[in-house]
Design a protein around this ligand. Structure first.
Ligand code: DC
Length: 223
């Protein structure tokens, strides 16, 4: 099942630390679309489990937690049961747990439904791991952002390291574990869609990446 609104969806997939969220937000602002951060949805489920003391091994309870959350976007920010929890969602413990909940197919089904529903309401630039492959296979404009592993860990460290208390080495190691788990899981593994434009951001700054995406997106939406 694909979304009826897939002509107004731009997908950006790729591993952590490629600058995806920043780039997706800037692209959305330039095009007058809303920005959807789907990683934040998986983080929200993980946070709810942590708050409620739900074990990540208990699939039924994790699925129940996912089912109980309402999502919408306001001014590019994901609202979780009506609240903007962006700050709390960046916590290191939440990120680590998010890839555990993301491995459950039933959690993914629930969140994918929310993602398509959000796309039906407004044009979006959506960012995640499976947006071009699974959630919006018919989207006309798809990007896959990548960068060298050490570059990604360095960026992540500069973004959240100090706040989260994690060292660069912790971030690199956990990023490698998470990338492996995200790209080898049976359901919706991290990979580029065949028709995605692959952009390596290792040697580009954010402005350069945004400019490339804006011009490619404008071209493909025109055609
Ligand atoms: O991008 P992020 O670090 O906020 O993502 C958190 C976790 O959720 C990460 O382990 C990958 C997973 N994820 C996913 O499986 N599918 C998505 N569409 C988005 C994120």
């Amino acid at each position: 099942m694909t979304s009826a609104a897939s002509s107004t969806v731009i997908t950006i997939d790729g591993p952590a630390g490629t600058g995806k969220s920043t780039v997706a937000l800037r692209l959305a602002e330039r095009l007058g679309f809303q920005f959807l951060n789907t990683g934040a949805m998986y983080r929200a489920v993980a946070m709810r489990c942590l708050e409620e003391g739900i074990s990540f091994d208990d699939e039924e309870q994790v699925v129940e937690a996912a089912r109980g959350i309402q999502f919408c976007i306001r001014d590019h920010r994901l609202q979780i049961d009506g609240h903007d929890l962006s700050e709390q969602l960046t916590a290191h413990s939440v990120g680590r747990s998010a890839s555990l909940v993301a491995a459950y197919p039933r959690v993914r089904e629930i969140l994918v439904e929310h993602q398509r529903d959000i796309a039906r309401r407004q044009p979006i630039v959506t960012e995640g791991r499976d947006q071009g492959t699974v959630v919006f296979p018919d989207a006309k404009c798809k990007f896959f952002l990548t960068a060298r592993s050490e570059v990604r860990a360095r960026r992540r460290f500069e973004e959240v390291g100090e706040k989260s208390g994690a060292s660069y080495e912790d971030i690199l190691r956990e990023q490698q574990e998470r990338d492996l788990r995200d790209s080898t899981r049976g359901v919706a593994p991290l990979k580029a869609a065949e028709d995605a434009e692959i952009i390596d951001s290792s040697d580009l700054d954010i402005d350069q990446v945004v400019d490339v995406l804006v011009s490619k997106a404008q071209e493909s939406l025109k055609g």
